[in-house]
Design a protein around this ligand. Structure first.
Ligand SMILES: Cc1cc2nc3c(=O)[nH]c(=O)nc-3n(C[C@H](O)[C@H](O)[C@H](O)COP(=O)(O)OP(=O)(O)OC[C@H]3O[C@@H](n4cnc5c(N)ncnc54)[C@H](O)[C@@H]3O)c2cc1C
Length: 413
């Protein structure tokens, strides 16, 4: 089976990690991207290897928060009015996925996928020589609201059920870990197993450089459609050219919907847009990744600066960014970190590829087992990319994947 020709569409972290896994099994791999390496969400995310997160976004409790959040156009969750009707079918599916039984099923599936997320990354970091870009200071969840802290305990209990260590901390213990926090913090938790990378863009570029050195070909081109052939699959590019391969992997993040639809798989993929700012000189030094679950954003110390951001905006792929969202997060962050100076920094908006049940699509297309999907990783695409690449590679070689892929099927909708 070695020597299989595989075309990977999309040079985001999922495409790169998939190419790496295929390469290590002896495949000849070409990655084609319409823009280049890490042009999408993989460029500016918060850098977390958050394998310790097992709860889907859709949860019975989310509506308690969502109603308050939606009332604030700059809050953690917003719908752009121009996109409200378009996102409605996704929202209805999201509500359906928030029932206790569906949430329980999504949690089991996410925990199974995340179980191998860190080991798979460890293998990839070591193979590619990028292991010096990873840090293990854990994640500190910080609360300034007592009722939100109390509700977080059920999430922590669930994480512990999956063997994940969560250390609940008093406000004094939180302040001891991060002394620059304001003293109205009411408590928090440390998740020591959480890891983060120095900068996701640098990691992507390093991986791409290593892949290229190992013989993976990178091509610039926009894929308009994918079709099965007698021997494998064919890509049709915007310039009319075609590319044939034994297998094709669709890893186009938030832009994968059209290619899947062309193959008969109507996947309800949409985007949760996220915003951040990266501040080279923030006036404070954090010891670790800080999450503010009650406010829907994080502070991630990168090698390139302090990245502040997160939030969810439903606004599709085409509407212009609303940078006021970044300003709103900065002023909230300053209430918790009074010395924060975010007067200079680089603003960014990215498109999380999201399915209503918070599970990605990993598996074959309906038309051919040689056309495989790897998209829809939403908030956890960096985290889950290395294991996704290994799972896709198992499918290419006709092996039984180590994780049951039924919950991730494109045909589940
Ligand atoms: C604000 C924010 C913070 C985040 N923080 C984290 C985090 O801390 N940890 C984590 O695990 N995840 C995080 N995520 C999620 C993560 O960034 C994404 O899930 C992940 O980057 C998706 O990777 P991808 O390769 O699937 O897609 P992308 O990175 O979007 O890549 C898709 C690629 O496909 C290309 N493409 C699209 N269509 C075509 C076509 N027709 N032909 C050719 N090429 C095409 C694009 O140019 C692009 O390069 C965050 C996301 C956001 C927005």
């Amino acid at each position: 089976m070695a020597g299989l020709q595989v075309q990977v569409i999309g040079a985001g972290i999922v495409g790169l990690a998939t190419a790496a896994a295929l390469l290590q099994r002896g495949c000849s791999v070409t990655i084609i991207d319409r823009e280049g390496v890490a042009a999408g969400a993989s460029q500016g995310n918060a850098a977390a290897i958050a394998w310790t997160d097992v709860a889907p976004l859709a949860s019975p409790g989310i509506w308690k928060d969502a109603i308050g959040w939606l009332a604030d156009p700059l809050g953690p969750l917003t719908v752009r009015p121009a996109y409200a009707l378009k996102i409605l079918p996704w929202m209805l599916r999201f509500i359906g996925a928030s029932s206790p039984s569906r949430v329980a099923a999504s949690t089991v599936a996410l925990a199974a996928l995340n179980k191998d997320a860190y080991p798979a990354w460890d293998r990839l970091w070591k193979a590619s020589g990028t292991h010096n870009q990873v840090r293990h200071e854990g994640c500190l969840e910080v609360f300034d609201n007592r009722s939100k802290l109390e509700r977080a305990r059920s999430f922590w209990a669930e994480q512990r059920d999956y063997g994940i260590e969560v250390q609940e901390l008093t406000s004094a213990e939180v302040l001891e870990l991060e002394p620059e926090l304001a003293d109205h913090v009411v408590g928090g938790a440390l998740i020591p197993g959480w890891a983060q990378v120095d900068d996701p863009h640098i990691l992507c570029r390093s991986l791409a450089g290593w892949l290229e050195g190992q013989g993976v070909l990178f091509e610039t081109g926009e894929v308009m459609s994918v079709e099965p052939t007698a021997e494998g699959a064919r890509l049709v590019l915007k310039n009319g050219e075609t590319r044939d391969a034994d297998h094709v992997v669709v890893a186009c993040g938030a832009w994968s919907k059209k290619l899947a639809a062309g193959l008969g798989d109507n996947v309800p993929l949409d985007t949760e847009r996220g915003y951040n700012i990266t501040v080279p000189n923030p006036g404070l030094k954090l010891g670790r990744f800080v999450m503010l679950p009650g406010h829907g954003f994080v502070l991630s110390p990168l090698s390139t600066g302090l990245r502040i951001g997160g939030a969810v905006e439903f606004g599709g792929l085409d509407l212009a960014p609303n940078w006021a969202r970044v300003d709103a997060m900065i002023s909230k962050a300053r209430k918790l970190f009074p010395c924060l100076d975010a007067s200079e920094g680089k603003r960014w908006m990215g498109f999380r590829p999201s399915l209503p049940d918070s599970l990605p699509v990993i598996g074959p297309s309906s038309v051919s087992p040689r056309i495989i999907y790897a998209f829809g990783h939403a908030h956890h695409g960096l985290t889950q990319s290395a294991t996704t690449g290994e799972l896709v590679t198992s499918l290419v070689f006709g092996e039984k994947p180590v994780t049951d892929l039924a919950p991730f099927s494109a045909q589940r909708f």
